[in-house]
Write a protein that binds this ligand. Structure first.
Ligand code: ZN
Length: 284
Protein backbone atom coordinates (compact mmCIF):
# COMPACT_ATOMS: atom_id res chain seq x y z
CA UNK A 1 0.00 0.00 0.00
CA UNK A 2 2.77 2.38 1.01
CA UNK A 3 4.71 1.46 -2.11
CA UNK A 4 1.68 2.06 -4.32
CA UNK A 5 1.12 5.46 -2.73
CA UNK A 6 4.78 6.39 -3.13
CA UNK A 7 4.67 5.31 -6.80
CA UNK A 8 1.54 7.39 -7.35
CA UNK A 9 3.18 10.47 -5.89
CA UNK A 10 6.53 9.98 -7.59
CA UNK A 11 5.23 9.25 -11.11
CA UNK A 12 3.18 12.44 -11.66
CA UNK A 13 6.03 14.40 -10.10
CA UNK A 14 8.46 12.85 -12.59
CA UNK A 15 6.09 13.46 -15.50
CA UNK A 16 5.64 17.13 -14.60
CA UNK A 17 9.34 17.74 -14.07
CA UNK A 18 10.19 15.94 -17.33
CA UNK A 19 7.65 18.07 -19.23
CA UNK A 20 9.00 21.26 -17.71
CA UNK A 21 12.52 20.19 -18.47
CA UNK A 22 11.67 19.49 -22.12
CA UNK A 23 10.01 22.88 -22.50
CA UNK A 24 12.89 24.68 -20.87
CA UNK A 25 15.48 22.95 -22.98
CA UNK A 26 13.69 23.92 -26.17
CA UNK A 27 13.57 27.49 -24.92
CA UNK A 28 17.37 27.40 -25.12
CA UNK A 29 16.87 27.51 -28.91
CA UNK A 30 16.08 31.20 -28.44
CA UNK A 31 19.53 31.86 -26.98
CA UNK A 32 22.26 32.61 -29.52
CA UNK A 33 25.00 30.87 -27.52
CA UNK A 34 23.22 27.50 -27.82
CA UNK A 35 22.51 27.68 -31.52
CA UNK A 36 24.31 28.23 -34.80
CA UNK A 37 22.82 30.64 -37.29
CA UNK A 38 21.85 29.01 -40.60
CA UNK A 39 22.46 31.55 -43.36
CA UNK A 40 21.86 29.37 -46.43
CA UNK A 41 19.52 26.57 -47.48
CA UNK A 42 20.91 23.26 -46.11
CA UNK A 43 19.86 21.58 -49.39
CA UNK A 44 20.99 23.93 -52.18
CA UNK A 45 22.71 26.83 -50.39
CA UNK A 46 20.43 29.52 -51.85
CA UNK A 47 19.23 32.33 -49.60
CA UNK A 48 15.88 32.06 -47.84
CA UNK A 49 12.82 34.19 -47.14
CA UNK A 50 10.99 34.27 -43.86
CA UNK A 51 8.14 31.76 -43.87
CA UNK A 52 6.90 31.15 -40.33
CA UNK A 53 7.94 31.20 -36.70
CA UNK A 54 7.27 28.15 -34.59
CA UNK A 55 7.24 28.47 -30.82
CA UNK A 56 10.93 29.29 -30.56
CA UNK A 57 12.62 29.82 -33.88
CA UNK A 58 12.07 31.59 -37.21
CA UNK A 59 11.78 29.32 -40.26
CA UNK A 60 13.07 30.31 -43.70
CA UNK A 61 11.88 29.02 -47.06
CA UNK A 62 14.53 28.60 -49.76
CA UNK A 63 13.82 30.77 -52.79
CA UNK A 64 15.32 28.12 -55.08
CA UNK A 65 14.33 24.59 -53.99
CA UNK A 66 11.41 25.40 -51.67
CA UNK A 67 12.99 23.73 -48.63
CA UNK A 68 11.90 25.19 -45.28
CA UNK A 69 14.43 25.17 -42.45
CA UNK A 70 15.03 26.57 -39.01
CA UNK A 71 17.21 29.66 -39.03
CA UNK A 72 18.72 28.50 -35.74
CA UNK A 73 20.33 25.08 -35.43
CA UNK A 74 20.94 23.82 -31.88
CA UNK A 75 24.53 22.93 -31.01
CA UNK A 76 25.31 19.26 -30.45
CA UNK A 77 25.25 19.44 -26.63
CA UNK A 78 21.79 21.04 -26.73
CA UNK A 79 20.56 18.35 -29.14
CA UNK A 80 21.82 15.72 -26.74
CA UNK A 81 19.85 17.35 -23.90
CA UNK A 82 16.67 17.53 -25.96
CA UNK A 83 16.67 13.86 -26.92
CA UNK A 84 18.05 12.51 -23.67
CA UNK A 85 16.10 9.95 -21.58
CA UNK A 86 13.52 7.25 -22.17
CA UNK A 87 10.74 9.85 -21.76
CA UNK A 88 11.31 11.07 -25.31
CA UNK A 89 10.67 7.56 -26.68
CA UNK A 90 7.47 7.23 -24.65
CA UNK A 91 6.15 10.52 -25.96
CA UNK A 92 7.10 9.68 -29.53
CA UNK A 93 5.70 6.14 -29.59
CA UNK A 94 2.76 6.76 -27.21
CA UNK A 95 0.55 8.40 -29.82
CA UNK A 96 0.95 5.28 -31.96
CA UNK A 97 -0.40 3.13 -29.15
CA UNK A 98 3.05 1.68 -28.41
CA UNK A 99 4.27 1.63 -24.82
CA UNK A 100 6.70 -1.27 -24.57
CA UNK A 101 9.63 -2.70 -26.49
CA UNK A 102 7.88 -5.98 -27.20
CA UNK A 103 5.79 -7.26 -30.10
CA UNK A 104 2.12 -6.16 -30.25
CA UNK A 105 -0.41 -5.52 -33.09
CA UNK A 106 0.57 -1.81 -32.97
CA UNK A 107 4.23 -2.70 -33.40
CA UNK A 108 3.37 -5.13 -36.24
CA UNK A 109 1.57 -2.33 -38.12
CA UNK A 110 4.41 0.13 -37.47
CA UNK A 111 7.12 -2.28 -38.66
CA UNK A 112 5.13 -3.56 -41.63
CA UNK A 113 4.68 0.01 -42.85
CA UNK A 114 8.45 0.56 -42.86
CA UNK A 115 9.18 -2.82 -44.45
CA UNK A 116 6.61 -2.05 -47.17
CA UNK A 117 8.40 1.23 -47.96
CA UNK A 118 11.76 -0.56 -48.13
CA UNK A 119 10.25 -3.21 -50.42
CA UNK A 120 8.38 -0.73 -52.64
CA UNK A 121 11.55 1.30 -53.25
CA UNK A 122 13.47 -1.91 -54.01
CA UNK A 123 15.87 -1.37 -51.10
CA UNK A 124 14.84 -4.78 -49.76
CA UNK A 125 15.24 -6.58 -53.03
CA UNK A 126 14.46 -10.14 -52.01
CA UNK A 127 18.12 -11.01 -51.36
CA UNK A 128 19.10 -12.19 -47.90
CA UNK A 129 22.19 -11.20 -45.96
CA UNK A 130 22.12 -7.50 -46.87
CA UNK A 131 24.32 -5.26 -44.72
CA UNK A 132 21.94 -2.58 -43.45
CA UNK A 133 22.51 0.45 -41.22
CA UNK A 134 19.64 2.47 -39.73
CA UNK A 135 20.20 6.07 -38.61
CA UNK A 136 17.91 7.08 -35.75
CA UNK A 137 16.94 3.48 -35.01
CA UNK A 138 15.55 4.35 -31.57
CA UNK A 139 15.02 1.08 -29.64
CA UNK A 140 15.99 -1.05 -32.66
CA UNK A 141 12.74 -2.91 -33.35
CA UNK A 142 13.24 -2.53 -37.11
CA UNK A 143 16.82 -3.81 -36.79
CA UNK A 144 15.49 -6.83 -34.94
CA UNK A 145 12.89 -7.43 -37.65
CA UNK A 146 15.51 -7.10 -40.41
CA UNK A 147 17.73 -9.62 -38.61
CA UNK A 148 14.77 -12.02 -38.46
CA UNK A 149 14.47 -11.61 -42.24
CA UNK A 150 18.08 -12.76 -42.62
CA UNK A 151 19.93 -9.44 -42.90
CA UNK A 152 22.88 -8.04 -40.96
CA UNK A 153 21.46 -4.94 -39.34
CA UNK A 154 22.88 -2.34 -36.98
CA UNK A 155 22.04 1.25 -36.23
CA UNK A 156 22.66 4.39 -34.24
CA UNK A 157 20.61 6.62 -32.01
CA UNK A 158 21.84 9.55 -29.95
CA UNK A 159 19.31 8.74 -27.22
CA UNK A 160 21.45 6.39 -25.13
CA UNK A 161 18.61 5.42 -22.75
CA UNK A 162 16.42 4.20 -25.61
CA UNK A 163 19.30 2.47 -27.35
CA UNK A 164 20.30 0.64 -24.17
CA UNK A 165 16.71 -0.50 -23.60
CA UNK A 166 16.68 -1.96 -27.12
CA UNK A 167 20.10 -3.59 -26.81
CA UNK A 168 19.06 -5.23 -23.55
CA UNK A 169 15.63 -6.40 -24.76
CA UNK A 170 16.32 -7.21 -28.41
CA UNK A 171 20.05 -8.00 -28.49
CA UNK A 172 20.61 -5.62 -31.41
CA UNK A 173 23.71 -3.50 -32.07
CA UNK A 174 23.07 0.22 -31.58
CA UNK A 175 25.77 2.90 -31.55
CA UNK A 176 24.97 5.87 -29.31
CA UNK A 177 27.35 8.36 -30.93
CA UNK A 178 26.02 10.63 -33.66
CA UNK A 179 26.28 9.08 -37.14
CA UNK A 180 28.81 11.70 -38.32
CA UNK A 181 31.15 10.71 -35.47
CA UNK A 182 31.07 6.93 -35.98
CA UNK A 183 34.16 5.18 -37.38
CA UNK A 184 32.22 3.18 -40.00
CA UNK A 185 33.77 1.23 -42.87
CA UNK A 186 33.57 2.88 -46.27
CA UNK A 187 32.10 1.06 -49.29
CA UNK A 188 30.56 -1.49 -46.92
CA UNK A 189 26.75 -1.31 -46.59
CA UNK A 190 24.08 -2.39 -49.09
CA UNK A 191 21.52 -0.01 -47.61
CA UNK A 192 21.28 2.87 -45.17
CA UNK A 193 17.80 3.60 -43.86
CA UNK A 194 16.50 6.62 -41.98
CA UNK A 195 12.85 7.01 -41.03
CA UNK A 196 11.65 10.31 -39.56
CA UNK A 197 15.13 11.39 -38.43
CA UNK A 198 16.67 13.66 -41.08
CA UNK A 199 14.16 16.42 -40.25
CA UNK A 200 15.75 16.64 -36.77
CA UNK A 201 19.30 17.18 -38.05
CA UNK A 202 21.05 20.58 -38.08
CA UNK A 203 23.34 19.68 -41.00
CA UNK A 204 21.66 16.93 -43.04
CA UNK A 205 24.17 17.12 -45.91
CA UNK A 206 27.12 16.09 -43.72
CA UNK A 207 25.10 12.99 -42.77
CA UNK A 208 24.20 12.24 -46.40
CA UNK A 209 27.85 12.67 -47.42
CA UNK A 210 28.87 10.03 -44.90
CA UNK A 211 26.01 7.75 -45.97
CA UNK A 212 27.32 7.93 -49.54
CA UNK A 213 30.83 7.01 -48.33
CA UNK A 214 29.69 4.03 -46.26
CA UNK A 215 27.54 2.54 -49.04
CA UNK A 216 28.78 0.15 -51.71
CA UNK A 217 28.87 1.54 -55.25
CA UNK A 218 25.46 -0.07 -55.97
CA UNK A 219 24.09 0.63 -52.48
CA UNK A 220 20.90 2.53 -51.68
CA UNK A 221 19.79 5.12 -49.17
CA UNK A 222 16.16 5.34 -48.08
CA UNK A 223 14.93 8.45 -46.27
CA UNK A 224 11.41 9.09 -45.00
CA UNK A 225 10.39 12.51 -43.67
CA UNK A 226 7.08 14.08 -42.60
CA UNK A 227 5.85 16.94 -44.74
CA UNK A 228 3.47 19.86 -45.08
CA UNK A 229 3.14 23.28 -43.41
CA UNK A 230 1.23 21.74 -40.51
CA UNK A 231 4.57 20.35 -39.36
CA UNK A 232 6.00 23.85 -38.84
CA UNK A 233 4.80 24.07 -35.26
CA UNK A 234 6.92 21.04 -34.35
CA UNK A 235 9.93 22.44 -32.50
CA UNK A 236 11.74 19.08 -32.74
CA UNK A 237 12.10 19.54 -36.46
CA UNK A 238 14.72 21.71 -38.14
CA UNK A 239 14.16 20.65 -41.78
CA UNK A 240 10.82 20.64 -43.62
CA UNK A 241 11.18 18.91 -46.98
CA UNK A 242 8.94 19.19 -50.02
CA UNK A 243 9.12 16.85 -53.05
CA UNK A 244 11.56 19.13 -54.86
CA UNK A 245 13.88 19.72 -51.91
CA UNK A 246 14.02 16.01 -51.01
CA UNK A 247 14.83 15.21 -54.64
CA UNK A 248 17.58 17.87 -54.71
CA UNK A 249 18.91 16.79 -51.30
CA UNK A 250 19.37 13.12 -52.26
CA UNK A 251 20.45 14.05 -55.80
CA UNK A 252 23.39 16.08 -54.41
CA UNK A 253 25.07 12.82 -53.40
CA UNK A 254 23.42 10.07 -55.51
CA UNK A 255 23.17 9.41 -59.24
CA UNK A 256 19.67 7.88 -59.24
CA UNK A 257 16.84 9.36 -57.19
CA UNK A 258 13.22 8.31 -56.78
CA UNK A 259 10.73 10.28 -54.67
CA UNK A 260 7.44 8.84 -53.41
CA UNK A 261 4.70 11.18 -52.23
CA UNK A 262 2.76 9.56 -49.42
CA UNK A 263 0.75 12.66 -48.43
CA UNK A 264 -2.98 13.23 -48.32
CA UNK A 265 -5.20 16.21 -47.46
CA UNK A 266 -7.71 15.88 -44.64
CA UNK A 267 -11.26 17.28 -44.80
CA UNK A 268 -10.07 20.31 -42.81
CA UNK A 269 -7.37 20.94 -45.42
CA UNK A 270 -4.35 19.77 -43.40
CA UNK A 271 -1.61 17.99 -45.33
CA UNK A 272 -0.66 14.78 -43.53
CA UNK A 273 1.63 11.88 -44.29
CA UNK A 274 5.18 11.72 -45.49
CA UNK A 275 7.59 11.81 -48.37
CA UNK A 276 10.21 9.19 -48.93
CA UNK A 277 13.10 9.09 -51.27
CA UNK A 278 15.55 6.49 -52.44
CA UNK A 279 19.01 7.26 -53.79
CA UNK A 280 21.21 4.74 -55.58
CA UNK A 281 24.79 4.72 -56.75
CA UNK A 282 26.59 7.27 -54.55
CA UNK A 283 28.52 9.95 -56.40
CA UNK A 284 32.25 9.43 -55.97
ZN1 ZN B 1 17.26 25.30 -51.33
Amino acid sequence: MFRKLTRFIINPFRIVTTCLLFRNIRMLYMLPSFTDKVERCPVCEAAGVHEFTNRYTPLDRCTDCGHVYSRKAPKKRIMQLVYKGYGYWKRDKGHQGIDKVEYSPQWDAFLQDRLNIATKTGVLNGKKGLKIFEIGCSEGMLLHELKKLGHQAEGCDMNAATAQEGMKTLAVKIHTEMFEDLPLKEDHYDAVLSFHTVEHLPSPDSVLKKIAQTLKSDGAVLIEVPCGPDEYTNTDHLQFFCTESLRRFIGNRFEEVQIFDNTYTTQSGAVMGSLYGCGRCPKG
